[in-house]
Write a protein that binds this ligand. Structure first.
Ligand code: SF4
Ligand code: SF4
Length: 449
């Protein structure tokens, strides 16, 4: 719930196809208008590193106001933003429909889009946004890739130099077979003993769920099958979140058109689309319709898409979940990710976990500091650890046996911070998503990663 306003925030479409969007003088005027309001308000001082950088910049200027700050000095403020959306959704009283019409994350996105148009995105940074292409070849040689990218690998220094990936950042491992390939070989089967539901689901595998940690998708399919839901798995293309972070809005629009076209026939047949990664669900449900507001397929897909936790809770509320779950011992420290919160649907991950008998859930609702690929980068990683420290501390002191975030990349980052805080003390086991614990409670989890 946002502070200080009774009205629900609305968001205007991104005007990225209008040449004025890229007019630098107009962008600068808008940055100054917004930064001035923020400097007077300061509510977001503790959300991330962008706002402290902005406030220090203005406070330490000659006049103590924006008029003596050079526009070139705005860049570090922009660079610290992970596009988590928390300022827009939880703090800012000036978002539309307020007359100030303030949307800080979308202003940052516009700045990055202008930069990308003017200078392009570096070849290595662009290659890192090609998560589908990277995932396809990395799963083929996952052993070598995982060896080369693990912490302490002799190649991490080179990777830092060439790709700008901080040598100390924990990176996601790759699976030896994608979720799509696994489920093609072994298609998901609805539990014949479960009462058939009218529901049919296409699980949008997502890059992370397809190429990195397939246990999330496998658990989702197993829980849905247990509950009589017919399922299919599809990964037509990345949702484009890594490209959005780089300001490559046109490429995100291409991804949106592709994915919407691939899902359209399934939506025609009455399938719901379920995304297990909150950032990807956020893209399908909210960002794409703002990027392509006149595209009917994108609009239809947005209306048919559910976040995974949201979908399981919807089944529980409307039809009830199948019985047969055993208690999960030891409790769960649950991090509610920014992009789950940004979907504005309440604490669905917490509700899901509390459907497991004796789950004993401790909820932490603070930013992990990670921000997708942003948090791996040299120059950002230390900030990402600093911003995430309060969440890491709370998750560690909760003293639970399991730790989980709905955002898998945040989970890896938090795990690294918890390891550092815990030292030699026992550490909680990280799982990829709350659904993994529900699948264990049903006794239907897959041991494979
Ligand atoms: S979107 Fe997130 S990281 Fe960016 S300014 Fe807002 S709170 Fe900070
Ligand atoms: S984004 Fe809104 S709430 Fe946050 S500092 Fe700026 S004006 Fe204040």
């Amino acid at each position: 719930m946002r502070e200080g306003s009774l009205e629900a925030p609305t968001r205007h479409p991104l005007d990225w196809e209008n040449p004025e969007f890229y007019d630098e003088a107009k962008l600068d005027a808008e940055m100054r208008r917004v930064f001035d309001i923020c400097h007077g308000c300061r509510r977001c001082f503790n959300l991330c590193d962008s706002f402290p950088r902005l406030f220090d910049l203005v406070d330490e200027s000659k006049s103590g106001e924006l008029d003596t700050v050079a526009s070139a000095d705005f860049k570090p403020v922009v660079d610290a933003c992970t596009l988590c959306d928390m300022c827009f959704l939880t703090k800012c009283p000036y978002v539309p429909p307020h007359e100030f019409n303030l949307d800080f994350p979308h202003l940052i996105l516009r700045y990055r889009a202008v930069e990308a148009k003017k200078h392009g995105v570096g070849a290595v940074d662009h290659a890192l946004t090609e998560t589908d292409r990277n995932g396809k070849w990395a799963t083929l040689i996952s052993g070598a890739v995982n060896w080369a990218t693990r912490r302490g690998s002799p190649l991490r220094g080179l990777e830092e130099k060439v790709a700008g990936i901080d040598r100390n950042a924990a990176l996601p491992e790759y699976a030896s077979q994608s979720l799509e390939a696994k489920t093609k070989a072994n298609p998901p089967q609805r539990d014949a003993s479960a009462p058939a539901k009218a529901r049919k689901v296409v699980l949008y595998a997502t890059c992370y769920g397809d190429y990195n940690d397939t246990s999330i998708g496998e658990a989702a399919l197993a829980v849905l099958a247990k509950n009589g839901v017919e399922t299919k798995v599809l990964h037509p293309h990345c949702c484009g979140m890594p490209k959005l972070e780089q300001g490559l809005i046109g490429e995100v629009a291409d991804a949106a058109r592709k994915v919407a076209a691939a899902f359209a026939p399934y939506i025609d047949e009455g399938y719901d689309i379920v995304a297990p990664v909150p950032s990807c669900a956020l893209m399908l449900k909210f960002e794409w319709p703002l990027i392509l507001p006149n595209d009917a397929s994108v609009k239809r897909l947005a209306a048919a898409t559910f976040d995974l936790s949201e979908y399981i809770v919807d089944i529980a509320r409307k039809e009830g979940l199948a019985g047969g779950m055993s208690p999960i011992e030891g409790g769960v420290a649950f991090h509610m990710s920014c992009h789950s919160r940004a979907q504005n649907f309440g604490q669905k991950g917490t509700v899901l976990l509390n459907l497991i008998p004796q789950a004993d859930v401790a909820v932490v609702e603070r930013c992990s500091g990670h921000g997708g690929a942003w948090g791996y980068k040299k120059g950002n990683f230390e900030t990402a650890m600093k911003v995430g420290k309060p969440a890491m501390r709370q998750l560690n002191t909760a003293g639970k046996k399991h730790v989980v975030s709905e955002c898998p990349l945040a989970g890896i980052h938090l795990e690294q911070g918890i390891e550092a805080l815990a030292g030699d003390a026992p550490k909680p086991e990280r799982v990829g998503h709350p659904i993994v614990l529900m699948a264990r409670a049903y006794g239907v989890s897959s041991p494979s990663k």
